[in-house]
Every structure is written in structure tokens, then in C-alpha cells.
Design a protein around this ligand. Structure first.
Ligand SMILES: [Zn+2]
Length: 193
């Protein structure tokens, strides 16, 4: 990027694969077509200083690399429904994003290819994730904030969106408290949100 004089941030579509994990006799390396049968592009993306990764679900097989992404705060665009339709996960409850998120990797929820799958927006992905991953309110809030902070918008646009969202979020929290949804046991930690 420096060589070409480009300041465009690198948002790379990487680690969207279901290759089996590496074999003992074929360690992961930075060269070769599929060494260790783990796609290497998530390693390349880190070395290229990518600012954001599309998918990254291969990190479940590369915990040390996932830790590096966590430490650097490089966000992953997680696409639950796409991953299930395309067969990367058979059961959304087993999606690696939950473990990655709870071990410190920054993630947001995204639709990947909604036009191909016949829907628009991110509502379906959010519904699937909240139900399948048993997300707490504070986790939902974190995912939303990540989505805004890691978006490809200007800082002014992010500030504006954050202000609009915060107002609606506060109203939502007030509403579920007033409607007794907390007492029903569905949402368990409103104070953290
Ligand atoms: Zn994709």
C-alpha cells in the first residue's frame, strides 16, 4: 500500500473456509498452496496490517493468531446466516464467533451476501445470533458499538450515528424494563447495558 501511495484501509475478506485443521506432519507455514490445510490468508492479512477482516472464522483453528488479532483490536465481520447457508457451520450454536468474541476478539455482525440469499439488512443475522449464542444485553451492546466504531465511515459520520443509536438504545432499555421483560428472565443484565 505504501509503495503504491494508497491510504485506503485494508478491509480483507479472509478466513472464510472450512478446511480441516492442520496435520502434525504439515505445519502451518506462510508459503505453499494449502500448507497445514489451513488457509493462510488470515496470516497474510495480519502481516499486511489489515484494519478489518471479512469473516475470519478460521481463527478458531489458529488461537495464537486470534490472540494477536485480539491484542491489536483488529475487528472481524462475522456473518452468521451466510456461514450456515454456505456450510461453514452446520449449527449456529457452534459458530466459532462466540468463543472468539468471549476471548477478546473484536467482532461485529454482518450479512455477507444478502442479495444472493434473498434478504436485506442485518435483522436476520442479529436475530439468529442473539438466539443461537444466548447473548447478554451487554454483549448485544458491545456488538452494536463495534459495528459503528469499525464501520468504513468518517469520524463525523460515526459520531452522528452513535448519537442516534444511543438515544434509541436508551429508549429500548427503558421500554424492556417498564414492560417487565427483565422479570421474565429473558434479558438478564440490564444494569450492564
Ligand atoms: Zn463472504
Amino acid at each position: 500500500m505504501e509503495t503504491y501511495g494508497s491510504e485506503l484501509p485494508l478491509f480483507l475478506h479472509d478466513g472464510e473456509s472450512c478446511f480441516p485443521t492442520g496435520r502434525a506432519d504439515s505445519p502451518i507455514s506462510l508459503t505453499g498452496p494449502y500448507p497445514g490445510l489451513v488457509s493462510n490468508n488470515v496470516i497474510d492479512a495480519f502481516l499486511l496490517n489489515a484494519e478489518r477482516i471479512g469473516h475470519g472464522i478460521e481463527f478458531a483453528k489458529l488461537p495464537d493468531l486470534a490472540q494477536l488479532y485480539a491484542e491489536e483490536g483488529i475487528p472481524l465481520e462475522i456473518c452468521p446466516i451466510s456461514n450456515q447457508i454456505l456450510g461453514y457451520v452446520t449449527d449456529l450454536r457452534d459458530h466459532p464467533a462466540v468463543t472468539l468474541m468471549r476471548s477478546g476478539v473484536r467482532i461485529s455482525l454482518n450479512p455477507d451476501d444478502p442479495a444472493i440469499f434473498g434478504y436485506t439488512g442485518v435483522t436476520h443475522d442479529w436475530t439468529a445470533a442473539v438466539l443461537a449464542w444466548d447473548l447478554s444485553l451487554s454483549e448485544v451492546k458491545r456488538l452494536i458499538v463495534n459495528s459503528i466504531e469499525d464501520a468504513g465511515m468518517t469520524d463525523d459520520e460515526k459520531d452522528e450515528l452513535m448519537t442516534v443509536w444511543q438515544t434509541e438504545w436508551d429508549e429500548f432499555i427503558l421500554r424492556i424494563v417498564e414492560e417487565g421483560a427483565i422479570d421474565s428472565g429473558y434479558w438478564t443484565n440490564p444494569e450492564a447495558a
